[in-house]
Design a protein around this ligand. Structure first.
Ligand code: PAF
Length: 277
């Protein structure tokens, strides 16, 4: 496995006809990321090249968020990526990705990017869309794999690729969970053991919302309010707990597949999760 920190080195390493599958990450990897690498390998076969990027993208963090304390664990990440057959790591520093302030940015449409995560993290999807576009230009992959754990991010990036006619096939990786049901996330490392147990309430409440809809209840406001209250009663600070259409994150409609999405702070740690119904 090769590690490249600069763009010319990476481009030279990827020359040739072999299909390239790309897994963008911010590092501090867990089994969920490694499953995306395995999925990337399945997509391009043994002859393909698998590239994973590791870059903590300042553009997608608000000033009060955890950019500075986000764990940088390149050595461990490299060992993990090698163990699942990754061919190339692209680990640029900030001066490589942003040699000057990034004046050109990708602005996804408000109806998709200013709701839910985008509402509570203004500018987040501009930062994500900008860095992913730039990474796509650098890596020029045939396939890119993103986790469903970041459900809205996956949707924003799929639309980006469609609307900009980028020749990249986007694959979605299923959310990986611990034995107890906690969605794997790099930010779980911020949780104490006690908080890890309490964190299960997020996915349980999302399942509860779906169960009420599937049981015939149609008062969405009430379902969502109750889910928020359940979290508050347990000491969380929820941002949103909601039921949406899987297709476009619009309000539920009869007969269309739904997804329950939620984001909430437990102690100092903001967690997100979603369950498709
Ligand atoms: O999901 C992430 O880890 C990041 O948002 C991504 C896609 C690597 C862009 O920085």
């Amino acid at each position: 496995m090769q590690i490249h920190h600069d763009i010319p080195g990476l481009r030279a390493a990827l020359q040739g006809d072999a299909p390239v599958a790309f897994v963008p990450t911010m590092g501090n990897l867990h089994d969920g990321h490694l499953a995306l690498v395995t999925q990337a390998r399945q997509a391009v076969g043994p002859q393909g090249r698998i590239v994973a990027s590791i870059f903590v993208n300042r553009l997608q963090f608000a000033p009060h968020e955890d950019f500075d304390r986000y764990p940088r664990t390149l050595q461990r990440d490299s060992e993990l990526l090698a163990s699942v057959g990754c061919d190339v790591i692209f680990a640029p520093d900030e001066a490589t990705m942003y040699p000057e302030p990034q004046g050109y940015k990708v602005h996804p449409p408000a109806e998709l990017a200013d709701i839910l995560e985008g509402h509570f993290r203004p500018g987040f999807f501009i930062g994500v869309s900008t860095v992913v576009t730039k990474l796509f230009n650098i890596v020029q992959p045939d396939v890119a794999v993103f986790g469903k754990k970041d459900y809205q991010q996956l949707m924003v990036l799929r639309r980006l690729v469609d609307q900009m006619a980028l020749p990249i096939r986007i694959l979605a990786g299923e959310t990986r969970r611990s034995d107890t049901g906690l969605a794997l996330s790099s930010r779980n490392g911020y949780l104490s053991d006690d908080e890890k147990q309490r964190a299960l309430l997020l996915s349980q409440s999302l399942r509860g919302q779906l169960a009420r809809w599937q049981g015939g209840e149609r008062d969405i406001d009430r379902i969502e309010r109750d889910a928020m209250q359940t979290l508050r009663d347990a000491g969380w600070q929820p941002d949103y707990m909601t039921l949406r259409r899987q297709h476009d994150l619009g309000a539920p409609r009869e007969g269309e597949p739904l997804v329950a999405l939620g984001a909430a702070k437990l102690g100092q740690t903001r967690l997100i999760d979603n369950i498709e119904g």
